[in-house]
Design a protein around this ligand. Structure first.
Ligand code: AMP
Ligand code: ZN
Length: 272
């Protein structure tokens, strides 16, 4: 099946988006988020882009350049958040501060900070959904990573739409490329000559995800589809268990949280 049809089918099967709402696409400058923004615009959705400038030297500068070029070409309104302005320093220093206290990967700290910013700004910009470029390979990796950590429940919020957290301050995150293989996205981005960066993030080193990516790399697409399909079959049962999870608001920042502090504030309060 063609990539465009497959994405349309995912959106309608899971009722991910509608054409009246304002949708914020999280743009990294890479192929995945650029392809989904391109498709949603093509399908007639009301989208705006949001990029978090992580301050990773030349890499971040090149990402921002490509995103600006893409949004200009497509007539997409772009919001850029500079991490230095909001956190006082670049992602590398935020991360190093946390890593002096606990053993966590670069990607884990960065991912938590990015999710926090996306939710907060989606609300500020009155968007009802956040779209990310996560794809089949990412999602199959996540299932295997959670298995390796002995806790499939870690994935309770995954799926084409975030599902366990329901609160007025929480903006749903949507993954319309959930069933699309990374190679097919790469091919499509080249076919459409989209301005994107193909290099991986220079800070994505030695995480569990990288090891799992290596493990799954040459496995057939069918196997990755089976991993996510079987995970999705288990998800409704898994979610029943946490129906009563209480959502509270973080004592420091006011964002939705499961404990007194949200994950971002918990991490950053460790920092000296
Ligand atoms: P990653 O965690 O880097 O694999 O990225 C997964 C998704 O998160 C991407 O497809 C984007 O939608 C979003 N994302 C990653 N980095 C950024 C960024 N710097 N600014 C905005 N969105 C991002
Ligand atoms: Zn907080």
């Amino acid at each position: 099946m063609q990539l465009e049809t497959k994405v349309k089918n995912t959106i309608s099967k899971y009722k991910l988006l509608n054409k009246k709402e304002k949708i914020l696409v999280a743009l990294s400058g890479g192929k995945d988020s650029t392809v989904i923004a391109y498709l949603l615009k093509k399908f007639g959705y009301n989208i705006e882009g949001l990029h978090i400038d992580l301050g990773l030297g030349k890499y971040s500068d090149r990402c921002l350049e490509k995103i600006k070029e893409f949004c200009k070409e497509q007539g997409i309104k772009l919001h850029v958040l500079d991490i230095k302005k909001h956190f006082g320093t670049r992602m590398c220093y935020i991360r190093q501060g946390v890593q002096k206290e606990i053993n966590v990967s670069n990607c884990m700290v960065c991912g938590i900070v990015k999710k926090w910013m996306l939710n907060r700004w989606a609300r500020k910009l009155r968007a009802s959904k956040i779209v990310t470029g996560h794809h089949l390979d990412d999602e199959a990796q996540t299932v295997i990573m959670n298995l390796l950590q002995g806790n499939l429940d870690l994935g309770i919020n995954s799926g084409p739409i975030t599902g366990s957290t329901q609160d007025k301050k929480f903006v749903s995150r949507i993954k319309p490329l959930y069933f699309i293989a990374e190679n097919d996205i790469r091919e499509y981005s080249k076919l459409k000559k989209l301005p994107v960066i193909y290099d991986p993030c220079p800070c994505a080193v030695s995480s569990l995800r990288i090891r799992v990516r290596g493990f799954l790399e040459n496995k057939p697409k069918k196997d990755k589809e089976k991993i996510v399909d079987n995970f999705l079959k288990m998800l409704p049962e898994m979610r029943k268990k946490i129906k009563d999870w209480n959502i509270v608001y973080c004592k420091i920042c006011g964002e939705p949280a499961r404990n007194k502090l949200c994950k971002k504030c918990e991490l950053l309060s460790l920092k000296r």
